[in-house]
Write a protein that binds this ligand. Structure first.
Ligand code: URA
Length: 448
């Protein structure tokens, strides 16, 4: 019997298991434009409600991977290792972990994304460095990795075009939050990007796709299974996203913080996570016999300054001014800044009256991402221009003691109105308590 969307939708609606032929029929037909949005939406909703099993999820991922170019990195010698984060606030880890792993001999040929909504993207951060080019011809991309060990470029439009179309539809049909759909979306792009091994940083908490740890574990396990079944050694690390990573949120601000980490003067959480993930990258890249040895190697790459030198070379190779690693004035600077100050009103919202000194007990992390976006650091829609100097420096985080009148966070940007607007959103970011609160554990578990 010939395939048709109506019967595929009905089968999934009734809880049936789709065959490879049916899944590929949908993915190929929808990518080509032969299947209309209304039928694709109906199928996505049926998948959302009735779910897919492991086999269906793997087939969906493979079909989406096969919908576009599959990058061939075989021209680059060695085991190429990719790293991917499911997205977070202040996540500048690639800028630190990439040079650390490259400094230990792991070739990093990485395509990164741009920010959309409340999360940032590595490519926007790099583009805040004047002159930095994020588009390279394939030959130049390979040559650069051969010569200096690393290249970071933007994602080509031909990688997993099925995901691009399906994701846009999920976004407007309330079908984003499904395990099979998220894991196939992420992994189709990772499998097409050509690396031999993958380290996944799966975020969990208030600023993440998965707020709940149990769901984040399931997502991590599913993505590891997909990667390993596709012949790419995949490891996932579950990490906290209940507060920003480090203090800086926003493009140039995050570049400064990443450079600080490579100088050994950055925030401990960013440095610890970058060392942990890059240690795993070094292990998967065959340059260490265990994750522990990988960790020792990246620690040495950091303390010797070799990783900072790799970042400088990367910036120069892609057209930027390498002096930025020692002169932050080269980066765009915001003309306006406004402080968020702890006042009695905020304490009242936490049910506290008359106190002069409190502790930060919780943060609405997503709101920080939204406020940063409002300063001009992020985009509401793809076409929005971003202000590379804009963003937030979060001075106080969970567990920190804070006095009435003290600055909690500073908002930066070139558009005064935007900065003022952003700070209005920010009033309810913090919750306080009279009792000391432990900061959340950053690295929760590793799934190999
Ligand atoms: N990131 C993706 O690329 N896809 C999803 O579905 C969720 C996060």
């Amino acid at each position: 019997m010939s395939l048709n969307m109506n019967s595929i939708i009905a089968k999934k609606r009734d809880g049936g298991k789709l065959t490879e032929e049916e899944i590929r029929y949908f993915v190929e037909g929808y990518t080509k434009g032969d299947i209309p949005d209304y039928q694709a939406s109906a199928l996505l909703m049926a998948i959302y409600l009735k779910e897919m099993d492991e086999e269906e999820t793997f087939i969906l991922t493979s079909a989406m991977r096969d919908s576009g170019d599959i990058i061939d990195l075989s021209a680059i010698k060695g085991i190429k290792v990719d790293k991917h984060s499911t997205g977070g606030i202040g996540d500048k880890i690639t800028l630190v972990a990439g040079p650390l792993a490259a400094a230990c001999g792991v070739p990093i040929a990485k395509m990164s994304g741009r920010g959309l909504g409340f999360t940032g993207g590595t490519i926007d951060k790099l583009e805040s460095i004047p002159g930095f080019q994020t588009t390279l011809e394939p030959e130049d991309f390979y040559k650069q990795v051969e010569e200096i060990g690393i290249s970071l470029i933007g994602q080509s439009g031909h990688i997993a075009p099925a995901d691009k179309k399906i994701y846009a539809l999920r976004d407007v049909t309330a079908t984003v939050g499904n395990l099979s759909l998220i894991s196939s979306s992420i992994m189709s792009k990772k499998l097409a990007a050509g690396s031999d091994a993958i380290v996944l940083d799966v975020k969990c908490g208030k600023g993440a796709f998965m707020e709940n740890e149990e769901e984040a574990v399931k997502l991590a396990e599913t993505m590891c299974k997909i990667g390993n079944s596709a012949g790419k050694k995949t490891v996932a690390v579950l990490t906290d996203m209940n507060q920003p990573l480090g203090h800086a949120v926003g493009n140039a601000l995050e570049v400064i913080e990443a450079i600080d980490c490579l100088k050994g003067t950055g925030p401990k959480d960013v440095t610890d996570l970058a060392l942990y993930l890059s240690g795993l990258m070094v292990y998967l890249g065959g340059k260490a016999s265990s994750p522990e040895e990988g960790h020792e190697k990246v620690e040495e790459a950091l303390s010797s300054g070799r990783a900072l030198e790799v970042l400088r070379k990367l910036i120069v190779a892609q057209g930027g001014n390498g002096d930025v690693v020692s002169d932050y004035d080269i980066l765009p600077k915001a003309q306006h800044s406004v402080d968020l100050i702890l006042n009695e009103e905020m304490l009242k919202s936490s049910g506290i009256e008359g106190a002069k000194e409190v502790y930060v007990s919780e943060m609405e992390n997503r709101l920080i991402g939204i406020a940063s976006q409002l300063t001009g650091a992020g985009r509401a829609v793809k076409e929005d221009e971003i202000d590379p100097s804009a963003g937030v420096i979060v001075h106080k985080k969970i567990g920190d003691q804070v006095k009435l009148g003290e600055v909690l966070a500073t908002f930066y940007g070139n558009d005064e109105k935007k900065v003022t607007n952003a700070i209005k959103e920010a009033a309810s970011i913090y919750t306080f308590s009279m009792e000391p609160t432990e900061a959340p554990v950053l690295i929760k578990r590793t799934i190999m």
